[in-house]
Structure formats: C-alpha cells, structure tokens
Design a binder for this molecule. Structure first.
Ligand SMILES: Cc1ncc(COP(=O)(O)O)c(C=O)c1O
Length: 388
C-alpha cells in the first residue's frame, strides 16, 4: 500500500525534533552533527536566536498580505539584495524552482519584446535547477526527465567544461546561458573563474543573457556573498533560494533593469512570494551574512576544514579520491558509493549529503565552530574506517 506521504524520497529512518546550531537532535534524544544543513539551507544553523526573534516578532504582527498591497518587509529585503549585488530589481519567490521558472520567463520576455524571437537557453550536463516541468527540461538529465515528457522546448544541454562545444553552440540565436557557478547536485564542481569570465565575454558578444543559478552556492556558502564575485563578473539574471531564508522557504530572482524590462504589471505573480514572515527572516539573514567580517570567518573556517579533509583523504586512499569545492561548499570525491558513506556517517551521528559524480557533499552551517569542524572530521574518519 502506498504511504500517506507520496514516496518520492528514500528517507533515512531518523526524525529530528529540535536543533541547536550545528546539531540536530533526534526524537530519541541523540545528537547529530549536521553537515548537510537541510542541503545548504540552514546557513546560520538550527534555531538561530537572531532568526527566531525576526520570525516570532513578525509572526505576532501579520503573517500574510497579498502582493496587491505594499509589503515593507519585502521592500527592505529587496533593498538589501540590490545594495549588495549587481541587481537593480528583485522578485521574491518561495523556492529555487520558482526562481528558475521566473528566470526562464524573463529571458523569453526579454527577447519577445526585442522582437528577435530568440528562445534557446544553453544549459550544462550535471545541472540542477529544480523539479518543475521547466526546470527538468532545462537540466535535461534522463534521471529527472524520464516519464515526464513531452518536455518544454527551448533548452540545449552542453557538456560541462567543453569550450569547443560552447563556442559552437553560442551564437546570435542564443537567448541565454544558464549555469551554476558551482554545481551542487552535479557533484560540487566549481566553474573556474576564467571560464565564467569567458562565458560573460561570449554572452556580451552574442547578446545572450547570462543567468546564474546561485540557489545552492550563493549566500556566503563559497566565502563570498555570491560565488560569481570571485570571477569579477556580473550576471544579467540570478536565481537564489535555500540560504537566503536560513530555513524559512524563500527564494528570489535578481536582475538588471535591462533584463527585467519586459516584466511589467500582470506578467508574473505569486500568492506567497515575498510574504512578511519570509522577508523578515531573509532580511535578518542578509544583515548577518553580507558582512565582511562574517565572510572572512567563513573563509578562515573553510581553509581549516579543507586542510583537515586533505588529511582525511590521505588517511583513507581506498575510500576517498580528493577534496573539491569552494568555501564551505565542500565535496569529497569518493572511491566507494557516497550513499554508503552517508549511511556509515549516520552510525557516527553525522549528517552528510550524497551528490552525483560519486561525491559526498559537506555543507555545514556557515557559523560552524572550529571544534565542530575537528569533531566532524573525526566522525568522517570513523565512518570511512568502518567501510574499509
Ligand atoms: C542549483 C539549484 N537550483 C535550483 C534548485 C531548486 O530549489 P528548490 O528545491 O528550492 O526548489 C536547487 C535545489 O537543490 C539547486 O541546488
């Protein structure tokens, strides 16, 4: 008999009832060190007092207001995002998938209004942009699309890192290029800065819009507020979600005035997008994360973590191949199945996340402590030893 919860996930037999910082506490009282953060969501850990205060203060005032009215909390968050990024304008969503949908609509509307009718969006093998019909068509992998056809047209997937294929595909007919600066689900694969700069140049030459998906790698995860900042370039459109809400459902599309020009009143909307609760939390997350001293700490801890992980890889050459990633978006390329390591880590009361390309993802809260990093590596060491 089918479970009452639609069985689209293979769930571990653990349920959590509380959280404290980097620790998730199960219903039996046992404490798990959380290096998954709900897949790069809880950037400030569980039950962060600043975020609890922002949420409860807003909850006592007003929860939901239609976008038919002005929403000051939404304006405050949009102001912060514009102040700290390339963007001139922001649309708030409830998830990364919704942000992807709007990004695709914005690209199409831009070219429609220019009268050029360009519709092809180039995407990349290993990409993940969400699970809507548009987002699975964009990523195009068989795993996500099989059985869900006919797929929405207008996307063409290119191999990851194949410059010749990109040069051959990107031309005067291209509407946009959509890419994650660091692939998350695809296996923690950072796009080298030179490639991102090259991509920006190619888009400028052809007129194509550059759309970055920073849903997973954004919000301080890589040690800069947004990963593309390392390359010194700016996109035309960017999707964010996950970390911006610190655990409350929230996403956004950020865009330049030029890219967003077609999105006039009536072209897009959302009942819940930009609601006061989510925006109150999002603004507090931005105030904390978009701070140079906070990001410097992320980088210091990332260097420490990476150094320890290099030692772990050297100690278990049969289990691990290499460390990859940027900032606190770390991956361990494995020689065993990453799901085996995830299971072995549960036994050590450690939460990790598998990814494609045989990679184990480590996405701790950005305020993880040095002692917790040491503890996490000890637990990973024991998990790896248990597989040998
Ligand atoms: C890069 C990227 N884009 C989009 C999404 C979809 O976001 P959501 O699950 O919030 O809809 C994800 C989720 O994992 C993601 O990692």
């Amino acid at each position: 008999m089918i479970s009452h919860v639609l069985p689209t996930y293979n769930r571990a037999p653990i349920s959590f009832e509380r959280g404290e910082g980097t620790w998730a506490i199960a219903t039996d009282g046992s404490r798990y060190l959380d290096l998954g953060s709900g897949i790069a969501v809880n950037v400030l850990g569980h039950a962060n007092p600043d975020l609890v205060a922002a949420l409860t203060e807003q909850a006592g005032k007003i929860w939901h207001v239609s976008n038919l009215y002005q929403i000051p909390q939404q304006e405050r968050l949009a102001d912060l995002l514009v102040e700290h990024t390339f963007a001139d304008t922001v649309f708030l969503t409830n998830s990364g998938t919704e942000a992807a949908e709007l990004a695709i609509k914005m690209v199409r509307k831009y070219w429609h209004d220019k009268g050029e009718g360009r519709t092809e969006i180039l995407t990349f093998e290993g990409a993940f942009h969400g699970r809507s019909t548009g987002a699975i068509a964009a990523a195009g992998s068989e795993k996500m699309t099989k059985g869900f056809g006919p797929l929405m047209p207008g996307f063409r997937q290119l191999p990851w890192g194949d410059h010749d294929a990109l040069r051959a595909a990107l031309g005067d007919h291209t509407a946009a290029v959509m890419i994650e600066p660091v692939q998350g689900e695809g296996g923690i694969r950072p796009l080298p800065d030179t490639c991102l700069r090259g991509l920006r140049d190619m888009c400028d030459q052809s007129g194509a819009l550059l759309v970055l998906d920073e849903v997973q790698c954004g919000m301080g995860r890589t040690g800069r507020l947004f990963a593309h900042e390392y390359a010194g370039i700016a996109p035309d459109i960017m999707m964010i979600a996950k970390g911006i809400g610190g655990g409350f459902p929230l996403g956004a599309v950020l865009a330049t005035e030029k890219a967003a020009a077609g999105m006039v009143a009536g072209t897009h909307g959302s009942t819940y997008g930009g609601n006061p609760l989510a925006c109150a939390v999002g603004a507090r997350v931005m105030e904390i994360v978009a701070d140079d001293a906070f990001l410097a700490e992320v980088n210091r801890k990332a260097a420490l973590f990476r150094q320890r992980l290099e030692g772990l890889v050297a100690a278990h050459p049969d289990v691990f191949e290499s460390v990859r990633g940027q900032g606190l978006m770390l991956g361990l390329k494995c020689k065993v199945a990453p799901t085996d390591l995830v299971t072995a880590s549960y036994a050590q009361h450690l939460l990790t996340v598998p990814a494609a390309d045989n990679t184990l993802r480590l996405l701790p809260p950005l305020n993880i402590t040095d002692a917790e990093i040491a503890e996490a590596v000890d637990r990973l060491d024991r998990a790896a030893a248990s597989l040998a």
